[in-house]
Ligand binder design. Structure first.
Ligand SMILES: Cc1cc2nc3c(=O)[nH]c(=O)nc-3n(C[C@H](O)[C@H](O)[C@H](O)COP(=O)(O)OP(=O)(O)OC[C@H]3O[C@@H](n4cnc5c(N)ncnc54)[C@H](O)[C@@H]3O)c2cc1C
Length: 371
């Protein structure tokens, strides 16, 4: 059997590409080792927050992130319609807070940098922060409001993408672990059970595991690594007052409210290889830091402790483009894979259909790590 595109990995990256490519009329097969909900994507907080995530020295990535964020409203709308399941965005904005003097000084530096970059941010006094979020800790000193930084529930998006892929004529096959990839004139993948599937192009979208598959070019494999993140879900009792309505974050922790009353608290950033163990220390630190933002969260039910492995890269930016004849890579989205799903899906589908990547992907070619 042969497909125009065989996509390895059904996280948000592989599914977004599959959905877009199938909509363009390509024959698409997405192969997933486990279940689409088993990678980093279903664990993620779902912040679509290029402004709040601004990091000194990462302006090139910031431009991609802003372009990615701009596509989310129409992507959510189109995906919701295709899957017959609305995708709601949290649009109240993100409030970046300082809860002590050091954090206030750091926040001021960040604000000046964001203004220099022309980002839409507002500096708020402690009183103004409390007007927006009455349950904030009394020690709150200042805040930056990024009105355009949104959030989404990634689990809903993944479920919708599975349905939308199917509706567009694509195929998702779970329980299909890819052992090796063949590039060159006759691209193909071989599954663990020995089945070979031929492809016009193979798309590698297996997150932090992408480098473990035989046949992946060495510089690509060497550029990808897992970065562990522990993250919690807290739940309100039905009669409990809503504690927060914006995404809140400090230098130590973030809190993301969900429409169903859950609050996501994240996340650790750990270099522990493929270890995916939840640890008491990190859970304790997350809860302690979250309690310094909203003391009332201590009353909530601890519903889930999750561990995800972010696909990291040397410059924290994704690898997007052709890596060898017949092989396209879409991996290494690190902290922004949910934010970048629409722009990755559009751009890689365009590359598959036309042979040319769109200009916005050019700075992120996988060849940038070749020696
Ligand atoms: C704690 C945490 C919080 C995060 N918060 C945010 C956030 O708020 N906003 C944001 O934008 N991003 C966030 N991220 C980052 C985001 O989750 C990732 O960048 C994104 O999910 C990467 O998606 P992916 O599809 O590339 O990889 P994954 O979701 O990891 O999917 C890869 C898939 O490939 C499959 N696979 C692996 N090997 C094979 C194989 N050999 N054959 C077949 N299939 C295979 C896996 O089973 C998996 O399903 C967060 C990550 C973590 C861990």
């Amino acid at each position: 059997m042969s497909y125009d595109a065989v996509i390895v990995g059904a996280g948000i990256t592989g599914l977004s590409i599959g959905f877009r490519a199938a909509k363009m009329g390509l024959e698409v097969l997405v192969l997933e080792r486990d279940d689409p909900a088993d990678g980093a994507s279903a664990v993620a907080a779902g912040m679509l927050a290029p402004v709040t995530e601004t990091t000194f020295g990462e302006e090139k990535l910031l431009r991609l992130n802003l372009a990615g964020a701009a596509r989310w409203p129409s992507f959510a709308q189109e995906l919701g319609e295709a899957a017959n399941q609305p995708i709601d965005l949290l649009t109240s904005g993100t409030l970046h807070l300082a809860t002590n003097r050091d954090q206030a000084a750091e926040l001021e530096r960040l604000y000046e940098y964001q203004v220099k970059l022309d980002l839409q941010v507002e500096r708020l006094t402690a009183g103004a922060c409390r007007e927006l979020e009455p349950a904030l800790h009394p020690s709150t000193r200042a805040g930056i409001l990024a009105r355009d930084d949104r959030a989404v529930e990634p689990r809903r998006v993944i479920r919708a993408l599975g349905k939308a892929l199917h509706a567009a004529g694509g195929t998702l096959r779970t329980g299909s672990s890819v052992r090796s990839i063949r590039t060159g004139d006759h691209p193909a993948v071989t599954l663990e059970d020995g089945t070979e599937v031929a492809a016009g192009t193979v798309v590698l979208a297996a997150g932090c595991w992408s480098g473990l598959i035989d046949g992946v070019p060495k510089p690509v494999a060497a550029a990808l690594r897992p970065v562990k993140g522990q993250i919690l879900r807290l739940r309100h009792r039905p009669d409990h007052p809503v504690l927060l309505t914006h995404v809140l974050r400090t230098e130590e922790v973030y809190l993301v409210p969900r429409a169903n009353g859950e609050v996501v608290v994240g996340a650790s950033v750990e270099e522990k290889g493929f270890d995916a163990t939840a640890t008491a220390g990190e859970v304790f630190e997350l809860l302690r830091s979250a309690g310094e933002v909203i003391p009332g969260i201590r009353e909530l039910q601890l519903a889930e402790v999750n561990v995800g492995l972010r696909p990291g890269s040397p410059d924290n930016a994704p690898l997007l483009g052709t890596a060898a004849p017949g092989l396209v890579v879409a991996a290494g989205h690190f902290r922004n894979g949910i934010l970048l799903a629409p722009i990755t899906g559009d751009g890689i589908a365009q590359l598959l259909a036309s042979g040319e990547p769109p200009p916005e992907l050019l700075p992120f070619g996988p060849g940038r790590f070749d020696r």
